[in-house]
Design a protein around this ligand. Sequence first.
Ligand code: FES
Length: 228
Amino acid sequence: MSVLTDEMRSVAEQIVAKYPNRRSAALPLLFLVQSVEGHVTDSGMRDVADILGLTPAEVLATGSFYTMLKKKPQGEYLISVCRNISCTHLGAHKVFDAAREKLGIEPGGTTPDGRFSLEAAECLATCDGAPSMQINYEDFYKVTPSEVVEIIDSLAAGKDVKSVAGETVRPAKDIAFETATAGLDLPHETADTRERLVGGESPPSDMAPGHRPVVPGIDAPPAEGGGS
Ligand code: FES
């Protein structure tokens, strides 16, 4: 059964049009599936294969390499606690244990209500903020055990939680949709909504994935509706 509605297939075609070859759009289309299903399902992979003219095995081979593409159901909020050297020295294990006890799940697990997943992460490249944590890829620095519990309580209560960069932590499906459609001028997108994109940064369409600058004298201007 198809998981992408006609509306989503129309978005998929806009994504495909940004690339010189249809198959190059495999990753953003897998994020589009994740924005609908919460993870990359078999049906979603078949949809992507159908749209791109690939086999499901080829789509799987592409998507299996990327950890941000989830192969099993994951929570609305993914809590990633760094367990690498700097963070471990500064007490990451206590943060991790507090999150594990609060949520009642083990690393790699998801709460039965589907709201939270917990994972031990490798270095998040924010060692100066150790112990570091991310929630849906937004950064939190110098996290204490009581702080992680407070953050979980706030998210569970539907309250706004902000990262160190002042970005609101947003649900995983929203992040997946924004990743899939980066650089597209969607009808509902405004300058204001763009500001809320991942990490507070949304690439303009002439810098987004799939953009190819036209070299005068060598390239023809892109055809109306994009290439294939
Ligand atoms: S060791 Fe934790 S962010 Fe680098």
